[in-house]
Design a protein. Structure first.
Length: 398
C-alpha cells in the first residue's frame, strides 16, 4: 500500500494495554490526556461513555493551555475522517493517478476492441452498414496504399455510392428497369463500379503526391469561383444542387470536394506542361498545323491527325459552347471570328490551340472545332507515373 493511502493518525495511535509506555510516549510526543482519550474513542469505534469524556474535559480544563483544544479538535476530525470516511475523492492525491490510469486503460481497451470489430466488418465481411459508414468517416481504415499513401474506406464508399446512384438514376431517366445489385447482372456491375472507384482513388492519390512534389496547390478562391461558374451554367445554385443530390446524393460540400480534386489535376497538368523547351516545340508544331489549314487542309482531318485533345477522334468538335465554358482567351477568339474563319495559334493552360468557328446562334452560343497541341502530353506523363507506382489493395471487391 502506498504511503498516501494509509491513515497517518491511526498509524500513530499508541496501544492502550501498556499505560506506562503510553504515558512515557505521550510525554515525549507532547500529547495531552485529551488527545489520548480521543484516540481511545477511535480504537473502540466511538463506544465510549460521553459522561466520561465530559468529566475528563472538566478535570483537565485548568491543566490545558488556551490553544490546546483547537489542536485536539482538528486532530479528532482528521481521525474520524480516516476511520469512517473510507471513500476517497478519486480526483485527489496520488490515488487519483491510479484511478485515471485505470480509466484510461479501460477506454483504450474498449477503443481497441471497437476498432477491431469494425475492422473485421470491413475487411472480412465487407460491410457497408450505417454504423460502419459512420465510423469510416472518422477512422481512416485503409483500402489501398499508393506509394505509401493510404486511401481510406470512407473515400472508397463515397465513390462507390455516387456511381451506384448514378446507374440507378440513369436507368430511371431512360425508362429502364431498376438496377438490382443483388441479381447476377447487378453483382457484375457492382464489381465494375468498385474497381472503377479503386482506380479513381489511385489516380487521386498519385495526383496529390505529384502535386506536393511540385508545390502545386488549389486555393479556396479557385474552388469558390468554379462552384459559382457551375451555378450560373446549370440554372442556379438550388437547381444544380438538387440535380447533384438526385443523381449522386451530393450536397455542396461533396461538390466542392470533387471540384478541388479536379482543379488539383488541372493545376498539376499546367505545371507539368510548362516546360520552356517543350513549350517552344509545341508552339512550332501548332504553327505548322495552322499553315496546313491555311493551305487548304481539311480542319477536321488535321485535328484527327495532330490534335492531342480528347475529342481528336471526332475531328476536334467542341459542339456548341457559351461564355464561361472555355478559357477566356479562347472564348474571345471565337467571338471575334465569323463562321468558316480560323484563328491564329492561341496559348492556353494545356498548350497551343487553333480554333475554327462553324456556326453562331442568336443566343450567343458558338459551334466550333479545335486542334490542341500540348507542350507535354500530360496523359502520357501521368500514365508513366502510374506504371511506376507501388500499389497495395487491402479489400476484395468480388
Amino acid at each position: 500500500m502506498a504511503k498516501a493511502d494509509q491513515d497517518p493518525v491511526v498509524d500513530a495511535t499508541v496501544p492502550a494495554d501498556d499505560e506506562v509506555n503510553a504515558e512515557t510516549k505521550n510525554k515525549k510526543s507532547g500529547k495531552s490526556k485529551e488527545a489520548e482519550k480521543i484516540e481511545k474513542v477511535i480504537e473502540s469505534d466511538g463506544d465510549v461513555d460521553k459522561n466520561e469524556v465530559v468529566e475528563d474535559d472538566k478535570s483537565d480544563a485548568d491543566e490545558t493551555e488556551t490553544d490546546e483544544p483547537k489542536k485536539i479538535e482538528t486532530k479528532a476530525v482528521s481521525a474520524k475522517s480516516g476511520r469512517f470516511g473510507q471513500m476517497k475523492n478519486p480526483l485527489a492525491g496520488a490515488g487519483s493517478k491510479t484511478w485515471l490510469t485505470r480509466l484510461l486503460a479501460v477506454v483504450v481497451a474498449l477503443g481497441a476492441i471497437a476498432l477491431t470489430v469494425f475492422g473485421v466488418l470491413i475487411y472480412y465481411y465487407r460491410s457497408e452498414n450505417p454504423a460502419v459508414r459512420t465510423v469510416a468517416r472518422v477512422v481512416p481504415y485503409p483500402v489501398q496504399q499508393v506509394n505509401g499513401r493510404f486511401v481510406s474506406y470512407g473515400d472508397y464508399l463515397f465513390e462507390v455510392d455516387a456511381n451506384k446512384r448514378a446507374y440507378q438514376n440513369n436507368a430511371k431517366l431512360n425508362g429502364q428497369s431498376e438496377v438490382d445489385f443483388g441479381s447476377e447482372e447487378g453483382k457484375k456491375l457492382l464489381v465494375q463500379i468498385k474497381q472503377h472507384a479503386l482506380d479513381k482513388l489511385k489516380d487521386d492519390a498519385l495526383v496529390s503526391q505529384l502535386a506536393a512534389q511540385r508545390n502545386v496547390k488549389v486555393t479556396d478562391k479557385e474552388v469558390e469561383e468554379l462552384t459559382s461558374q457551375l451555378y450560373e451554367r446549370y440554372g442556379g445554385k438550388d437547381t444544380l444542387l438538387k440535380t447533384l443530390n438526385d443523381i449522386y446524393g451530393w450536397n455542396v460540400n461533396d461538390l466542392q470536394r470533387v471540384l478541388r480534386k479536379q482543379l488539383l489535376t488541372k493545376n498539376l497538368e499546367a505545371n507539368v506542361t510548362a516546360d520552356k523547351a517543350a513549350d517552344e516545340a509545341a508552339k512550332a508544331k501548332a504553327t505548322a498545323v495552322l499553315d496546313k489549314v491555311k493551305g487548304g487542309g481539311d480542319f477536321a482531318e488535321l485535328a484527327k491527325q495532330y490534335s492531342q485533345a480528347s475529342d481528336a477522334a471526332n475531328g476536334g468538335d467542341l459542339g456548341f459552347f457559351s461564355k464561361g465554358q472555355l478559357p477566356d482567351n479562347v472564348q474571345a477568339a471565337a467571338e471575334a471570328l465569323q463562321p468558316g474563319q480560323v484563328s491564329d495559334v492561341i496559348k492556353t493552360d494545356y498548350g497551343y490551340e487553333v480554333l475554327k468557328v462553324v456556326e453562331k446562334k442568336d443566343d450567343g452560343s458558338i459551334h466550333g472545332l479545335h486542334i490542341l497541341i500540348k507542350t507535354i502530353d500530360f496523359n502520357d506523363y501521368f500514365q508513366e507515373q502510374l506504371d511506376k507506382a507501388k500499389t497495395k489493395t487491402f479489400i476484395k471487391i468480388d
